[in-house]
Design a protein around this ligand. Sequence first.
Ligand code: ADP
Length: 533
Amino acid sequence: MSWSQKQQSGDMHDQMTILVGSAIRLLRGEAGVFVVSNEAFDPQSSVEHTLYRLSESALPLLLSSVREGRQPNSVEPLVVESIAPDLAGQLGIDEELAERRPITRCSLIVSDLAGPLGVLHFLRPAMVYSCFECHEEAREEAEGEKEGSLYLFIAQLAAGLRFALKSQALVKEQGRLSAIFQHSAEGILTVDNALRIIDFNPAMERLTGWRESEVLGRFYFEVLRPKDRQGNDLGLNDSPILQAFAGQTVVNREMVISARDGQHFDASITASCVRSVWGEPMNGILNVRDMTREREQEEQRSTFISVISHELQTPIAIIKGYASTLARTDVQFDSEAVRSRLVAIEEEADRLNKLVGNLLYASRIQAGGLQMDIAPLDLVPLVEGVVRRLKARSPDVSVKLVLPSNLPTVMADRERIEEVLQNLLDNAIKYSPRQRAITVNCHATGEEVIVSVSDAGMGISLRDQEQIFKRFHRVGSPMSQSTPGAGLGLYICRAIVEAHGGRIWVESTLHEGSTFSFSLPREEKAHLPMVVF
Ligand code: ADP
């Protein structure tokens, strides 16, 4: 049975009930229970008793009456004792029957060569005997024969019960394996000894885009089309499952796997093999772990180190250079020369300050959220204020404002939204070296207010547009690389805007210019989300 198929544990339980019920009927009992002995109890199957026409609530009563009486043993495997009529009634025996004849409680020990399996306790009318017992009247005729048949009956019953208990344990184990297979976050596929797929779990479906029904019976190499990290197809000799078949217990490898749509992803593979009792390989098991995230994190770490060291080194070198020049005792500087160098030092210190501030901001975002001071906000004076300050700092930049007179208010944190707009404007200037005309446009829709910053600068390719909101991502063009920056500004903008329940996006054409827009919910529509990054 495949791991993917549903198990019928109910069937196995029925089998046990049928076996216990038939045994009680053959012994001419009316109702009873089979209690598994401690020795035979298997935590895998966790079946402690099986009832036959006896209620769960009557069981403790029956067992306490058993404890007070004689116990069966290997010399006397069946003990029969009479019980009081009211106890028979409490145990659920039909009143009419109990009135006709006294009821007895019988206990039959069930064991085989491997040891005791348990005891079958049952209730039956007095003076009623099964064909396996020797009672007083029959004792003289065929004592040996009857006793022998009771032992034979016990042996048969023990074989059946042992099989049923084992089967139950197996079914439960299979259920557990199936749950692991179905819910594992790692992809798992199994193959037969001809490397044809026989199981393909849901995680594998998510990773590869193939449905299990489409790949069953197919050669697994043809489905995964594995490659090395240089993109060369791997030959069958490199099949980790074949290597596991050839004798290695577990094979760990890294390879690139092709999804159904042709996309590739880095995967860490573990192959192992299931062998027959003769040691021949029967099945191969392949665990597939998607390494994309780890790779991205590795890349991010190394980008972080190179960006940060570059961004820190440049201002530090400039500050140090100017400071040591000014400190020279052998040169006399006029006051203008001193002033211009001090201004340069101040600018570089500001740059350092901004970088450190952004790093702290980014780590706060990562640590679990931003503190927001949300209130109704009129964006018109905010935009005008930010643009006024920008013009004061960069008089050569021309900014066109398109602000409707009746712009609805939004729910937002004033300071944070100023930072977002400031950042977008700084970028518009930084990445538009020749054409320094910027437009800021605000307009409202039924749900939100949208603020856009357009420039006629270098533009961003479609591929990069998807990436620039990620931490430390900077476009690889020489112009972008020579402009100072650590790739944190847009990441911070996105975190702020999304924390307001808004969106941020870019429309851009390479070499023509970009429009960055963000939206904020209108005051009356605002449902601020929990901030989770
Ligand atoms: P930084 O500017 O510090 O590098 P950002 O996160 O603000 O970081 O921007 C990420 C990248 O997006 C920039 O490095 C740049 O390549 C690109 N970018 C941002 N704004 C613009 C723009 N207006 N025009 C062209 N490219 C831009």
